[in-house]
Write a protein that binds this ligand. Structure first.
Ligand code: ZN
Length: 247
């Protein structure tokens, strides 16, 4: 068999495979952005971006790198076998380099942009389903009345934030839960915004008389820097106080 014949067959199939892969990458991106657009609820959009955006972009990038790499290697119609191998090797190296660059951008720079969009989604006024008017976001002090005890305890102890939106006309409320540990802080070592809470431990449970103590463990995704900080946990509200507050 002659090597050119192999090359012709490869060129044909390789092109088809690369077109197919490029289509898969486009489908991943379309799926992502159409899901986002079709979701009218800000909180659901927030969760979707938080959970999927970086992963989906990464998967689409990897598939696209393969598509381009394979396509480039179908362009040689003649030549010695050894040069075909050299070109293949160079393509793989370039693919790896581009992959590392994209992965770093998605991991360390893109989150700034995501964070900005998430903030906007979180604080855009919610529309009341009852009156169609904008609802008001309650402050930390105002919201307690609307949170049950479990929610309040969770908010005091763990990296959880509840947002309470209220329709001032009808009193209709919408409560949204946000995970605080997903928000990355700036790392004191490398200055990237990649320091996250990895573990929380209650050292002393709060009682009605005494404050408790909580230890938060942080780790930087980028440089591996670790630190821990102790936090006070507010006293439990006694039933008597709470009754007089709400009445
Ligand atoms: Zn760091």
């Amino acid at each position: 068999m002659n090597a050119y014949l192999y090359l012709d067959t490869w060129n044909m199939w390789g092109k088809l495979i690369s077109y197919g892969l490029a289509m898969v990458a486009v489908i991943i991106l379309l799926y992502h952005f159409l899901s986002l657009l079709s979701n009218r609820d800000y909180k659901k959009r927030y969760d979707f971006i938080n959970k999927n955006e970086i992963n989906n972009l990464w998967h689409a990038s990897v598939v696209l790198i393969f598509a381009i790499g394979i396509y480039i290697n179908t362009l040689k119609s003649e030549g010695e076998f050894v040069w075909v191998l050299v070109q293949l090797f160079v393509t793989i190296m370039m693919g790896l380099i581009v992959g590392v660059i994209i992965s770093n951008i998605l991991k360390f720079y893109y989150p700034f942009y995501v964070e900005k969009r998430l903030k906007k989604l979180r604080y855009t006024p919610r529309v009341s389903p009852k009156t169609g008017k904008n609802m008001k976001l309650l402050s930390e002090d105002e919201e307690d009345v609307y949170l049950d005890e479990g929610m309040q305890a969770e908010e005091n102890v763990f990296s959880v934030d509840y947002d309470v939106w209220i329709d001032e006309e009808t009193g209709h409320t919408k409560i949204e839960k946000y995970a605080g540990h997903l928000i990355a802080l700036q790392c004191p070592e490398c200055n990237y915004q990649t320091l996250k809470v990895v573990k929380e431990e209650i050292l002393e449970s709060p009682t009605e008389i005494e404050e408790g103590e909580l230890m938060k463990f942080y780790k930087c995704d980028y440089c591996g820097y670790k630190e821990r900080k102790a936090f006070r946990v507010a006293k439990l509200k006694s039933k008597g106080v709470e009754a007089s507050l709400t009445s």
